[in-house]
Design a protein around this ligand. Structure first.
Ligand SMILES: [Zn+2]
Length: 673
């Protein structure tokens, strides 16, 4: 380990000294003078975190180029969903890809993930993994996405492409691996892996899973390993007072180093996608606004500075368009703070003897929908693919100090959580999908800020019962239902937000967790409930909150205007068509548009047709609403004085002089009154 660390350190130092001792021969990059595009995704970057103080390089880049003030993430605001939108220029209904976590239906399919662990496709699967994505692509006969991808179109024009970074999110752009790539688990093609080894680079430790013929050097180590998250003394809840730095930075820096010192000068890619999991993974761990979050932002900004420096050094800067974007925003995980007061953390424990509404940390927001549906007898057979979860803090500590999901300590023999479970304590029991599924089964793919519900039996009565329950519980927000079930009051059809897929790949129900875009935790606006995770979260996205939807987009380079703030609504779906336009690719008709208003030398005019235009679902009256203060609905949890449920959906529409019109989805809010 020590040797590999030294080697990695030497490697980093080497590239820091690129302009001197380890200088790359500039003649290597003179091949062609055509435009380059680098898409640099800062996962989960909130636009309100871009500032001269926090992210000086990104701030300067936005001042030099275009800052898109009204950009939209694609709903559900998950990472992989937005990777799909970046990659294709389409909404999920068109592209047919619904990651992060999806369920394929009853399946006997078995496989492996990127670290060679077994994957059972009868359970919902988490798609941030090259091996799982490759398997899904073969399951869909090479049509994981039903449309042409940007990198596919680039490769068809003989352009060189490169993906770098976060497992799954980067690979989705080049799922068939027609270009170069390095992520946290692999390198492709195999020849690149051997070249890198020959040049003395370490490889991601799991590279031999993709290339069994590769043998890692004895001093390879694990350059993409993450550090450990600081935890409270309960051993499961993250501790933002102790964890003050990104535990993902060294992995990101290693991959950027490979890109800057080898791929960029020696492979000279025309289109590069660099996707790093910060600040998102750090926000998940410690929450937006935490000390570690600020550290992650600073490190990401330093790496952007390294990228710009190296482009200058290689004489590529003037002909490179750099697009910095986030896939989604990010919220603090928290329920209604009037029900679950914020608390101090001291000596690795939550202080429950007092509240701290100014400096306190959230102790709520996690919800296990499978358990709610089961315990309230809404459905008989419900599964989410997860085992027992121990979550004593974030599943809710009430004002009186009691837990919403009490800790159960009665599983010494493993009858509830399984024999392999070493943890005899749990707060929610196991909901693994059985090998033989009942006809009335409901499967939930828990995705954080929104959940997918699949009903293989397609029973309308069950759909209606579930919807009525979701409407009645205040931890849930907007509900979208497969068009085939018709008009259901208090919901929108999936086609209303481009989620309905003609090939039938969409879930039966997509429900956003409720949110409060104005609530403040750790000095940052925005809280949301989330589906209960196996590993503790303090930050989440995926909901239809404006804080999740409103994300960051900055573009700078020879084809973009200078010092321009774009007030015209835009979206992640516009990135691929814009890059395609700049590079002269053949990307067929996309849901997104070319961002002409931000380009130099464009005669196309763009106009805003409407902004934040509200559409309301049909209301449901005569409702009883329940607060999220107990798993079981009861009279003591009734939110009295309210009886009507509606969803407000806000959209903005833009059209241009080519005749293209795009409607963006701003947010959708459940209103109970
Ligand atoms: Zn993300």
């Amino acid at each position: 380990m020590k040797r590999s660390y030294l080697r990695y350190t030497v490697s980093v130092v080497c590239w820091i000294l690129l302009s001197t001792a380890c200088s790359v021969n500039p003649t290597l990059v003179k091949e062609g003078e055509r435009r380059k595009v680098i898409l640099f995704v800062w996962d989960g970057l909130r636009p309100d975190s871009v500032s001269l103080q926090t992210t000086p390089n990104l701030w300067t880049l936005s001042q030099r180029g275009v800052f898109f003030r009204k950009n939209h993430s694609t709903y559900p605001t998950f990472t992989m969903m937005n990777s799909s939108s970046f990659s294709t220029g389409d909404f999920p209904g068109t592209a047919g890809f619904y990651g992060n976590t999806v369920w394929l239906g009853p399946s006997t399919r078995q496989g492996q993930n990127a670290s060679r662990s077994a994957v059972n496709y009868n359970q919902p699967v988490f798609t941030e993994d090259w091996n799982i994505l490759t398997s899904l692509n073969s399951y869909y006969n090479g049509q994981l996405m039903l449309v042409t991808r940007l990198l596919e179109a680039a490769q068809a024009k003989q352009l060189k492409t490169c993906i770098v970074g976060k497992s799954g999110a980067a690979l989705l752009f080049d799922v068939t691996r027609g270009g170069y790539g390095i992520d946290e688990n692999m390198v492709f093609p195999e020849s690149l892996a051997t070249e890198l080894q020959a040049k003395g680079y370490a490889l991601p430790k799991n590279s031999p899973v993709m290339w069994p013929g590769i043998t890692l050097a004895s001093n390879n180590g694990s350059p993409t390993a993450f550090g450990a998250k600081a935890l409270l003394s309960d051993g499961v809840t993250s501790d933002p007072t102790m964890g003050k730095a990104s535990v993902y930075y060294s992995a990101n820096q290693y991959m950027l180093n490979v890109y800057l010192s080898y791929l960029l000068p020696f492979k000279n890619p025309d289109v590069s996608v660099i996707w790093f999991r910060d600040p998102d993974s750090t926000e998940h761990g410690y929450g937006p606004g935490s000390a570690a979050y600020l550290d992650a932002l600073g490190k990401m900004d330093t790496m952007l500075g390294q990228l710009i420096t190296q482009l200058h050094h290689l004489h590529m800067y003037e002909r490179t368009n750099i697009i910095v974007v986030s896939d989604h925003g990010h919220n603090s995980v928290a329920g209604d703070v009037s029900l679950f007061p914020l608390r101090d953390i001291q000596d690795r424990a939550v202080v429950t003897t007092g509240t701290d509404s100014v400096h306190g940390y959230s102790v709520s927001g996690d919800v296990r929908l499978a358990q709610l549906l089961a315990d309230n007898s809404i459905v008989t057979h419900v599964y989410d693919g997860l085992g027992c979860i121990m979550n004593p803090v974030m599943s809710g500590i009430l004002a009186d100090g009691k837990q919403v999901y009490p800790t159960q300590a009665d599983d010494a023999d493993g009858t509830v959580c399984g024999k392999d479970s070493m943890n005899h304590q749990y707060t929610t029991r196991s909901f693994k999908v059985p090998d033989t599924l009942e006809k009335d089964a409901v499967i939930i793919a828990a995705n954080g800020g929104s959940d997918y519900l699949y009903l293989p039996g397609k029973d309308s009565a069950t759909i209606n019962k579930i919807i009525n329950f979701l409407q009645s519980r205040e931890e849930f927000g907007a509900i979208f239902v497969d068009d085939k079930y018709g008009d259901i009051p208090g919901t929108f059809k999936m086609s209303a937000v481009n989620l309905e897929n003609m090939a039938g790949r969409n879930p039966d129900i997509i429900v956003s967790y409720n949110f409060d875009e104005n609530a403040i935790v750790q000095n940052m606006k925005g809280t949301e409930y989330e589906s209960m995770p196996v590993n503790s979260n303090r930050g989440m996205h995926g909901s239809f909150s404006p804080v999740d939807v409103h994300n960051t987009l900055v573009a700078s380079g020879p084809d973009f205007k200078s010092r321009f703030e774009d007030d015209i609504p835009s979206g992640n779906i516009d990135v691929a068509p814009t890059i395609s336009y700049l590079l002269g690719l053949n990307l067929p008709k996309t849901d997104g548009r070319v961002l002409y208003e931000a380009l130099t030398h464009s005669d196309v005019t763009v106009r805003v047709v409407s902004q934040k235009n509200a559409t309301n679902s049909a209301p449901v009256s005569g409702m009883t609403f329940y607060k999220p203060t107990a798993v079981m609905n009861s009279n003591s949890a009734v939110d009295s004085g309210k009886s009507t449920y509606t969803i407000n959906l806000y959209t903005s529409t833009v059209e241009d002089s080519t005749g293209k019109s795009v409607t963006y989805f701003d947010y959708a809010k459940a209103v109970r009154q």
